[in-house]
Design a protein around this ligand. Structure first.
Ligand SMILES: [Zn+2]
Length: 239
């Protein structure tokens, strides 16, 4: 997935805002210099980087119109992570509420649709054909009723994930690392099945990493014929 436009702009008063929150959290030592900018992420991510006595922060430009308490909450969340402080709930809450609101979520997915390009890789890997696999799983577990999203292999190998469904571009990606003769087909099928369940049980959240699995989802996951075996193989691959 690629972000198309990458222009950042400084957050007005961002440095002062972080200094303020730094003090409120009771972080030790002299406050660093903060450089805070907006960046056109396709998501509400908040990267923070410390280099020497400077700290660089990037807010998604989705926060551009957010009220100050929301930005302070985001700052508190980030600083508590970097300085290992517990951020007071009251300080963080405005940000969490903002991030979780339906309005923000729909803005995020609207924006993602424009920013996230579909993977240029197709479903056919060197060893596994995900399109054919999808059709077989669809017949077997969904009575053929699941609409086929875009399916592809990740451009690069991922370290943490076997697969992902992103509702924004409506796309399933499987970790390229699994397209390998040493990986049993049942493991690939299971990962694809899992992502297909995300197509069936959509969440409003965009992106790959912030998905939660309901108990209903978990129960349906166990319908997979070789569930235990597939899980064991994945546990092994994850090592
Ligand atoms: Zn999942």
């Amino acid at each position: 997935m690629k972000v198309m436009r990458r222009v950042s702009s400084l957050v007005p008063g961002g440095g002062a805002l972080f200094q303020r929150v730094f003090t409120r959290l009771g972080c030790d030592g002299r406050p660093p210099r903060f450089r805070v900018e907006y960046f056109p992420y396709a998501n509400l991510v908040l990267p923070i980087r410390r280099r020497g006595d400077s700290v660089f922060v990037r807010f998604s430009d989705l926060l551009q119109r957010a009220p100050v308490p929301v930005l302070e909450g985001a700052a508190a969340l980030l600083l508590s992570r970097v300085y290992r402080r517990k951020a007071p709930r009251a300080l963080v809450e405005p940000y969490l509420n903002y991030a979780r609101s339906d309005r923000t979520r729909s803005r995020v997915s609207r924006m993602r649709r424009g920013r996230v390009r579909l993977a240029s890789t197709g479903p056919r890997g060197r060893h596994f054909d995900l399109e054919r696999m999808f059709e077989e799983l669809n017949d077997k577990y969904f009575s053929g009723g699941l609409q086929r999203p875009h399916i592809g292999w990740s451009m690069r190998s991922w370290r943490r994930q076997f697969g992902c469904y992103d509702p924004g571009p409506n796309q399933i990606l499987l970790n390229r690392r699994m397209d390998h003769p040493g990986v049993p087909q049942v493991a690939v099928e299971y990962v694809l099945y899992h992502e297909m369940l995300h197509v069936k049980h959509p969440t409003r959240r965009s992106g790959c990493s912030l998905v939660s699995h309901s108990s209903e989802f978990r129960a349906e996951e166990k319908h997979f014929a070789e569930f235990d075996r597939a899980r064991r193989i994945l546990d092994h691959l994850a090592r």
